[in-house]
Design a protein around this ligand. Structure first.
Ligand SMILES: Nc1ncnc2c1ncn2[C@@H]1O[C@H](COP(=O)(O)OP(=O)(O)OP(=O)(O)O)[C@@H](O)[C@H]1O
Ligand SMILES: [Mg+2]
Length: 259
């Protein structure tokens, strides 16, 4: 199973929309996909129209307080796509994690149990650089037993560059402390609107100079409408240009490292 953490501590850049739309495109291409809503805000869980988890939930599973069937933790969302929803308990989980040694590995260990049943796992990270994001980054490592990477949605505006620098610094620190390798697959420039003028176009050029832009996703009503209708854009507007962008992005991720 390939684990992709979709991460950026900056809010509203499109992490959850990327997870939903890329996840659906991966499933459409035949891959078995698990989406993990690691954000206590639960935007992804809500965007999919799923109920928040009950007693069988992600925080309990992370803390080792769930010994039921793994299948009870996930909910189906269409063919080949399953979701590990969040629950309100996630809000109290994060502070508890700080006093727990080995907290960085809790999510990775849980996902190991799901690995045989899925080809891809996409983690929707919260907009912060806390213990949950660290756990997602650790779960996205690549080593002898794991295949992982991070995908970073960014917006073409000045503050996104500062956020990106901070995120990459945090990633470098974490990988050094934990002695792990977490490949950065690349950026998804999201909510792009060239009509915003030089600010947007020149920032896009700055990102493109990094040479790892995986996709440029425009600010488009089909994506917004799909989100509101609890549908990925490939279902809401299957023939639209944005649907094509997400299919291309999914293909790029598969080609960039599926085993
Ligand atoms: N390319 C796009 N075109 C139009 N609307 C978009 C696009 N990407 C995201 N949105 C919308 O922008 C809003 C914010 O996106 P999203 O929730 O995915 O960001 P986020 O990074 O997950 O936010 P948070 O940091 O709060 O978790 C959502 O309403 C979403 O539908
Ligand atoms: Mg989100």
């Amino acid at each position: 199973m390939y684990v992709t953490a979709v991460v950026n501590q900056k809010g509203g850049v499109g992490k959850s929309a990327t997870v939903l739309n890329v996840g659906a495109a991966l499933a459409e291409s035949g891959r078995r996909v698990l989406l993990v809503d690691l954000d206590p805000q639960g935007h992804l869980t809500r965007a999919l129209g799923l109920p928040a988890a009950g007693t069988a939930n992600l925080p309990r599973a992370l803390l080792g307080q769930w010994d039921g069937e793994l299948g009870e933790l996930v909910l189906p969302f269409g063919e080949r796509l399953q979701v590990l929803p969040t629950s309100e308990d996630m809000f109290v989980l994060e502070p508890q994690l700080y006093s727990r040694t080995g907290r960085e590995w809790l999510l990775s260990r849980l996902l190991d149990a799901f690995a045989p049943a899925f080809d891809d796992c996409l983690i929707d990270c919260p907009p912060s650089l806390g213990a949950l994001t660290d756990a997602a980054l650790a779960a996205a490592r690549t080593d002898g037993d794991h295949m992982g990477r991070v995908v970073i949605p960014v917006q073409a505006e000045d503050s996104s560059l500062d956020a990106l620098r901070l995120l990459l610094r945090q990633l470098a620190t974490l990988t050094q402390v934990l002695a792990i390798e977490v490949p950065v697959a690349g950026l998804v420039v999201n909510l792009y609107d060239a009509r915003r003028g030089r600010v947007a176009t020149s920032m896009l050029e700055v990102f493109q100079r990094r040479d790892d832009v995986l996709a440029v996703i425009g600010d488009r009503k089909e994506i917004r409408e799909g989100w509101r209708l609890k549908q990925p854009v490939i279902a809401h507007a299957p023939e639209s240009e944005p649907a094509g962008w997400y299919r291309d992005l999914a293909k790029r991720l598969v080609d960039g490292g599926a085993r």
